[in-house]
Design a protein around this ligand. Sequence first.
Ligand SMILES: *Cc1c(COP(=O)(O)O)cnc(C)c1O
Length: 403
Amino acid sequence: MINRKISLNKGTYKQPNIFGYYGNFGGAYIPEMLHRNVEELKDRYIDIMYEESFQKEFHALLKDYVGRPSPLYLTERLSAQYKTKIFLKREDLNHTGAHKINNAIGQVLLAQRLGKKRIIAETGAGQHGVATATVCALKGIECVVYMGVKDIERQAPNVARMKMLGATVVPAMSGSQTLKDATNEAIRDWINNPVDTHYVIGSVVGPHPYPDMVARFQSVISEEMKSQLKEQTGNELPTKIIACVGGGSNAAGAFYHFLDDLNVELIAVEAAGLGVDTGHSAATTKLGKPGVLHGSKSLVMQTEDGQVVEPHSISAGLDYPGIGPLHAHLFESGRAKFLSATDDEAVQAAFELTKLEGIIPALESAHALAALKQIHFKQNDVTVLCLSGRGDKDLSTYMKRME
Ligand SMILES: *Cc1c(COP(=O)(O)O)cnc(C)c1O
């Protein structure tokens, strides 16, 4: 069971302090008009999440709807390739194909208990939008997803999925017509509908309490890893855990129950895009400076005068100019090591996993796989790599790279 105490000081790795800070990062930087919504959530999320009836419904859905526990699979040929033991935590086998459904279920159940009748979300590539629309269909709740016009054009299959699931997809026309603008529209909606609407954020980003709440919902990943490792290796602690980081929710979930086990090496992998120094990258810890993005203080890719820089990654899920405050703290404190992989390295790693194990990974997860080449393994190391999603959505990108 998760420790419910929230410390008053600078927070721990697992939990922010009462103001939502992990070390120097976090907080709730929001317009006055959102105070009421965010305060309500902050005052009630912990109590609701740990109610017996909530836990029962959440875990029943994770089991029978999502298909959890997701397997912890010991690779044979991939392990041989790197002369070590590599387990894959198979989030790719979840319903809707990635880890995002864990958080979407948690937040929609929470919204129902807050008496909300309507769900809004923003989405870039559409993965979070699809997960949210899925749970809203399941629960018969109205769902509105904001999405940049450009992303609507680029991600037609996910737009079709959301519509089939009954969601209204609203195009965000302003600015660069991508995720940032969709977020602005969603916030505007929430300001105008404070009483009946819950805003489902899809990663460990946003104002406090979102990063903590999302990390707790995703922490089921590491909770399962512990007992699966114990069963399969006799020791619940691995040597290393590797996960890709966009906003950081699959990594937060995979790290969570090991954060205080300082012997477990935590490795986060960011998207380097065309290369860290090319101006077309999303490697936030390499390029970012402290700043405020989407309601919290964290590391942000920005110009000298504080304008957010447009990121680039081949993988839509990692194409984000910030990281969650927990990860900024893990980076600054040295608790986690941050690596990066380029577009090309990720694609190559996806082909490698497919060839060696018959598993086509999501492009996001392929960044974590690409980092295997940068890590020194001992033969007896036990490494768990979080395979955050499956590659069906990325087939057209893979096919273009096939020759
Ligand atoms: C969205 C997504 C990510 C990135 O989001 P995080 O919050 O960093 O986990 C990674 N992998 C997949 C498959 C995704 O869909």
